[in-house]
Design a protein around this ligand. Structure first.
Ligand SMILES: NC(=O)c1ccc[n+]([C@@H]2O[C@H](COP(=O)([O-])OP(=O)(O)OC[C@H]3O[C@@H](n4cnc5c(N)ncnc54)[C@H](O)[C@@H]3O)[C@@H](O)[C@H]2O)c1
Length: 405
């Protein structure tokens, strides 16, 4: 156990040294303790960068409880280490039941502020755990899927507190979803399979922020990339980036690797997979394990574990497909998630958005808010400062010419 904890601290220290924006913010706010008296519930993939954010919130005065936002994404060493500092409810190979139990335990803190990733805490606070949200000032949501769920609650008139769509900030989606997912998905697939990407055909399903990053990095690794989309504008973007665009069913017989990043159910169906190339590798980067029809695959195929995070599934038509990370977010289950420098930006947005909610929450209506523009710009400025990058500034004459105040 001590060894596990020591390894967890080693990982947390490493990322701390590569998350300079968060360090600057901690240095700025820790002396004032602006979160003193506030209880913060977090459900977000529990790995070293998340631990670093939780520690920063504690340094700002908050009482924090943490769990992971996916049954398989918690890192046990990091969870052990962090539990020396705060309440941690997580296990690397949690069952669905344990996962739900952990979410409820985190909510038993009766949080003032919620940091959610995918919307599971928020959903509980609008259902089974309603009572635990009586003092909640608001929620900050990390990912596309969670923002979709928040907007649905808002449309139905059921959202009970203000919510900040951190995912939609420019300093988040432009970098985390694109560059973070782009790099970490391939890192995880390569670690899990130890196979070559160059010279192979990769099918990327969904050409949103994540899909663009995954497709670009696959090309950089020497693969031929096919994109499948349902949105004509996104498909046109992919085409003019030089990717081949095909429907899933037509692309599958050509693909050696398939990666989904749609945020949608059944983007690759069981029936589609019957047309896949023999030996095709399947990975999902979307938030939930619903993008590839995993349940159907498990129910109708013969499943055999062949490596850590890789299962061979023999289909009734005699073809084999290899499913990575049980169809859950491959970069968090079979890898360490996004690079530290990327999560530095996303988590700095989270910290500033939580401070904003702590200050303004009571005055805000229950609706979905964008990250305040000033927060987005501040994270961009601090990031450039940490890299030693300087910018030109508009002169008064240029500002007047552009019609700016
Ligand atoms: N793995 C990670 O670390 C990570 C990081 C950020 C976001 N995410 C998750 O990845 C998913 C995608 O996020 P995003 O920011 O790219 O979203 P996005 O909305 O920018 O892009 C999704 C794209 O998928 C397309 N799409 C939807 N349904 C489709 C279908 N059935 N077939 C083909 N294309 C389809 C949409 O038209 C859209 O272009 C979400 O679930 C998000 O929560 C994961």
């Amino acid at each position: 156990m001590d060894e596990l904890r020591a390894r967890g601290w080693e990982k947390i220290r490493w990322v701390r040294d590569h998350m300079p924006v968060l360090a600057l913010l901690e240095e700025r706010y820790a002396p004032e303790k602006p979160l003193a008296g506030k209880r913060v519930a977090m459900a977000i993939h529990l790995e070293a960068k998340t631990a670093r954010l939780a520690l920063a919130l504690k340094a700002l005065g908050a009482e924090v409880a943490v769990t992971s936002s996916n049954p398989l994404s918690a890192k046990d060493d990091v969870a052990q280490a962090l539990s020396e500092e705060m309440a941690v409810y997580a296990r690397g190979e949690a069952t669905e039941e344990e996962y739900r139990e952990f979410l409820l335990r985190v909510l038993s803190l009766r949080p003032h502020l919620v940091l959610d990733d995918g919307g599971d805490l928020t959903a509980l606070l609008h259902g089974a755990a309603w009572d635990l949200g009586r003092e909640t000032l608001g929620v900050c949501e990390e990912t596309t899927t969670g923002v979709i769920r928040l907007r649905q609650l808002e449309r139905e008139g059921r959202l009970r507190f203000p919510a900040v769509a951190v995912n939609d900030a420019q300093m988040k989606s432009l970098f985390d979803n694109r560059h973070g997912t782009g790099q970490s998905v391939w890192d995880a697939i390569m670690r899990a399979t130890n196979l070559l990407v160059a010279g192979k055909t990769v099918l990327v399903v969904g050409y949103g922020w994540c899909g663009k990053g995954i497709a670009q990095r696959a090309r950089g690794l020497g693969a031929e990339v096919i994109v499948a989309e349902v949105d004509p504008v996104r498909a046109a973007e992919a085409l003019l980036e030089g990717f081949r665009v095909l429907p899933v069913r037509e692309a599958l017989p050509l693909a050696d690797f398939v990666v989904t990043a749609t945020g949608c159910i059944s983007a690759v169906t069981y029936a589609d997979l019957l047309c896949a190339k023999d030996g095709c590798l399947l990975a999902n980067a979307g938030h939930f394990d619903v993008e590839i029809e995993v349940k159907e695959l498990y129910a109708r195929g013969q499943v055999r574990r062949v490596r850590e995070h890789v299962e061979e599934i023999l289909l009734p038509n005699g073809k084999r497909v290899y499913l990575l990370a049980k169809g859950r977010l491959v970069n968090l289950v079979a890898g360490d998630g996004h690079p530290a420098e990327i999560m530095d930006l996303s988590f700095s947005l989270q910290l500033l958005s939580l401070l904003w909610l702590a200050q303004e929450g009571r005055a805000l209506r229950p609706q979905v808010y964008p990250v305040p523009r000033e927060v987005d710009l501040e994270v961009a400025r601090l990031f450039l400062q940490s890299r030693g990058v300087r910018l030109d500034e508009l002169t008064p004459a240029q500002r007047a010419y552009l019609g700016l105040a």
